[in-house]
Design a protein around this ligand. Structure first.
Ligand SMILES: [Zn+2]
Length: 267
C-alpha cells in the first residue's frame, strides 16, 4: 500500500524520522509521498527525505501560500525537477476560496505558473481545490497536462468527481470517507469511482480515520489500511484488490518509467 499524501512538517514525525518510517512500514505501507506547501518547505523535504528510499515528495506552492509566490520560483522549481529524482509531482497547487489565506488573484497567478511548469518538466500535477470547483475546471481545461495528475483529498460529490475524471485525473481518497458527519456524498462518489483511478492518502497528521480504537492523537501513514478497508467495503471488493490496484495506479502516475519504492522492514 502506498500513501500519496503526507504532511511531513509536524514535530511528532520530524523528531524521529527513523521511527516514523518503521511505523508505517510495519503496517505494510511500503512508501509515502510528502506534500510541499511552499518552496521553503520543499527544500526541507528534499533534505529530510534524502536518506529514505520509501519517502518521495512533491515540490510546489499551495494556494494558501500563493502570496509568497515569486516570479523566479518557476525557474527554481524547473532546476530542482531537472536533477531531483525523488520529486514525483508539482504541487500541491490549485485554488482554495474557502478561507482565502492568499487572495484569489495571488492563487491564480501561482497556479497558472505551476501548470505551465508541468508542461515543461512533464511531471504530474498535485491538485488542491476547495470551494473553487467551477473556476478550477475552467482553468484546468485551458492547460494541457502532459503527465496527468491527481485531485488530492477529494471530498466532493459524484458529479464533481465525474468532471475531474473527464480531465483524466486520478482521485485521492482520505479518511474523510470515515467521517459519518459529512461523508455521504463522498461514499456515493467512491461507489462510482473506477478502481483504476483511485489513489489512497491519509493527509496525515490531519483527517484521522474516526473508527480507530483506541483513538490516536493524530493521523499517521500507518493508518492508511483503515482507508483502504473502507474503500473495499464500499465497493464490495477485497482489500487485496484495492491494495494491488492502487499500487499499480501510484506506479503509473508518479513513477512512470522508474521503479517505485517498495521498501520492506529490515532493509
Ligand atoms: Zn490540499
Amino acid at each position: 500500500m502506498f500513501d500519496i499524501g503526507v504532511n511531513l512538517d509536524h514535530s511528532s514525525y520530524l523528531d524521529s524520522l527513523p521511527d516514523f518510517e518503521q511505523q508505517f512500514l510495519q503496517q505494510d505501507v511500503t512508501g509515502i509521498i510528502c506534500i510541499a506547501s511552499n518552496l521553503v518547505e520543499a527544500e526541507q523535504l528534499q533534505q529530510h527525505c534524502a536518506p529514505y528510499n520509501s519517502m518521495s515528495y512533491t515540490l510546489g506552492c499551495h494556494p494558501h501560500h500563493a502570496s509568497t509566490w515569486q516570479d523566479q520560483d518557476q525557474q527554481t522549481l524547473l532546476e530542482w525537477f531537472g536533477k531531483d529524482t525523488k520529486a514525483v509531482a508539482i504541487g500541491e497547487m490549485g485554488l482554495d476560496f474557502n478561507r482565502n489565506y492568499s487572495t484569489p488573484d495571488e492563487q491564480r497567478r501561482a497556479f497558472a505558473a505551476q501548470l505551465e511548469l508541468a508542461q515543461q518538466v512533464k511531471k504530474p500535477v498535485y491538485l488542491h481545490e476547495r470551494d473553487a470547483f467551477a473556476e478550477m475546471q475552467t482553468t484546468l481545461r485551458q492547460h494541457a497536462l502532459p503527465s496527468g495528475g491527481v485531485i488530492h483529498c477529494f471530498t466532493g460529490n459524484r458529479d464533481q468527481m465525474e468532471r475531474y475524471l473527464e480531465l483524466g485525473l486520478y482521485v485521492g481518497i482520505t479518511g474523510w470517507l470515515l467521517d459519518e458527519r459529512r461523508n455521504q456524498d463522498l461514499i456515493e462518489a467512491v461507489k462510482h469511482l473506477p478502481l483504476e483511478r483511485l489513489l489512497l492518502e491519509t493527509d496525515a497528521p490531519y483527517l484521522l480515520p474516526r473508527n480507530i480504537r483506541p483513538r490516536p492523537k493524530r493521523n499517521h501513514p500507518q493508518y492508511l489500511p483503515y482507508i483502504a478497508q473502507a474503500v473495499a467495503d464500499i465497493k464490495q471488493i477485497s482489500l487485496e484488490e484495492v491494495r494491488l490496484q492502487t499500487r499499480q495506479n501510484t506506479q503509473q502516475l508518479f513513477f512512470a518509467g522508474a521503479n517505485m519504492p517498495n521498501t520492506s522492514l529490515g532493509r
